[in-house]
Design a protein around this ligand. Structure first.
Ligand SMILES: Cc1cc2nc3c(=O)[nH]c(=O)nc-3n(C[C@H](O)[C@H](O)[C@H](O)COP(=O)(O)OP(=O)(O)OC[C@H]3O[C@@H](n4cnc5c(N)ncnc54)[C@H](O)[C@@H]3O)c2cc1C
Length: 397
């Protein structure tokens, strides 16, 4: 319709894309989210979220809805996967709140995705469209024309590529090929808590058992009724799609010397599906003109800090603030946004790789890690995490 402003197009309705949509929609912008999946159906397993996302939730107006679904762990523990001894911990109680103001939470990804879907649905200027797989785009001078995989074309004022690790939007201006696998895969399972054998300790904590070439992370979900387990291992077959029997044999072999708790957990897991662990080197330019990237499309990281989704949510809110300040100049808004986000997200990517080695230390490196960590105080740990958990500054609302 003549005179009606073109919507801002967002490719991808994951946590990052919907955060951007909601942040923009709440500022009155027309937004059209193009999601490849037929329906905006919540997906996924457990997810940890640091205190840095809470100011974002406040901007998005979803703090209460998120907290209704969230669990606050008693502690974050790192244990040695061979001996079971404590390596280090992050206290998540009052000392943590005193230092970082906001809590550390664990939540079912379906629940936070649903909170975002419902919040977006309540904003009249946001349209969410399923079955819309973005294949490419052209800039048209005063806008962007997106082509969908089924041949349809969609016009918008600008395009935000929030289409994840294998972003089609990114592929159009960065010619680097596939994400870089690091030789590890992850298996994920959620059990009812009541099925957990009595010998499994630490049901109220986030626990990471770090071993040579493997680790397990587990934590409770949905107010302690579910138990989320992620088992990660290094394998030469990381790039291959194999059958459940072969995956199971690999897991059993890898965890042969692990602590009995880890063996019990891997015995209970459904091992028919696995995720390849991959990231990309940081890039300086996240788009051009009226097109930019966000979340995993811009800066995928390995999940050492459990912060990939947190960064995607931060991106969405910071991006909306930048657009609101630019008075219709999307190129200026997107350039300012990418500049504001580059070093923080690149640091996360680079430190995540370093911490990955720390989790998986073997031999003398493992002894050094355990000895060094035994000397850390809570203050030392908080200081290491402050750059991340202290979050980002936002303009006054
Ligand atoms: C094992 C594991 C554990 C993790 N744990 C944590 C954690 O505890 N805490 C944390 O913060 N992060 C965690 N992460 C990282 C987190 O999952 C990601 O960083 C986060 O989901 C990125 O969000 P996103 O919106 O950028 O991308 P995605 O969640 O990947 O969403 C992309 C969306 O785009 C859609 N899409 C893709 N291509 C197209 C297309 N061409 N057109 C239209 N739509 C398209 C997809 O269907 C999807 O809906 C973990 C990751 C892994 C692998």
């Amino acid at each position: 319709m003549v005179g009606e402003p073109q919507p801002i197009l967002i490719a991808g309705g994951g946590l990052g894309g919907l955060s951007a949509a909601l942040a923009l929609g709440r500022k009155g912008f027309a937004v059209r989210v193009l999601e490849q999946a037929a329906e905006f159906a919540p997906i996924g397993y457990g997810i940890q979220l640091g205190p840095n996302v809470f100011p974002m939730f406040a901007r998005l107006g979803i703090t209460e809805a998120v907290m209704n679904e969230a669990t606050i762990p008693k502690n974050i523990l790192m244990l040695d996967a061979l001996s079971g001894e404590k390596v280090t911990h992050i206290p998540t109680g009052p000392v943590f709140r005193a230092r970082f103001t906001f809590p550390y939470i664990i939540i079912h990804r379906e629940d936070i995705h649903r909170v975002l879907i419902e919040a977006c649905a309540a904003v009249p200027s946001i349209v969410m469209e399923g079955g819309a797989s973005v294949a490419g785009f052209v800039e048209t001078g005063d806008g962007v024309r997106v082509t969908l995989a089924d041949g349809r074309e969609v016009e918008g004022a600008a395009l935000i590529g929030a289409d994840g690790l294998r972003s089609a939007v990114r592929a159009q201006f960065v010619t680097e090929g596939e994400p870089v696998p690091i030789g590890y895969v992850a298996h994920r399972t959620i059990f009812p808590m009541e099925e957990l054998p009595a010998r499994i300790p630490y049901r109220d904590e986030v626990v990471l058992w770090g071993g040579p070439g493997f680790h397990i992370v587990h934590y409770p979900l949905r107010h302690g009724t579910l138990f989320n387990v992620v088992a990660v291992l290094r394998t030469a077959t990381f790039a291959e799609r194999l059958d459940a029997q072969t995956y199971t044999a690999e897991v059993r072999r890898t965890y042969a010397d692990a602590h009995p708790v880890m063996k019990t957990l891997t015995d209970m897991m459904a091992l028919d599906r696995r995720w390849i662990i991959a990231d990309r080197d940081p890039i300086r330019h996240w788009g051009r003109g009226r097109v930019t990237l966000l979340g995993d499309a811009a800066h995928p990281v390995v999940q050492s800090f459990a912060q990939g989704a947190c960064m995607a949510i931060e991106d969405g809110v910071v991006l909306a603030e930048s657009v609101a300040q630019a008075d219709g100049d999307f190129a200026e808004a997107f350039a300012r946004y990418a500049k504001a986000r580059l070093l923080r997200t690149a640091r996360l990517g680079l430190e995540s790789r370093a911490i990955w080695s720390f989790y998986h230390a073997a031999g003398i490196a493992r002894d050094v890690r355990n000895d060094t960590c035994a000397r850390w105080t809570e203050d030392d740990v908080f200081r290491c995490l402050a750059w991340l958990y202290d979050g980002v500054e936002l303009p006054e609302p």
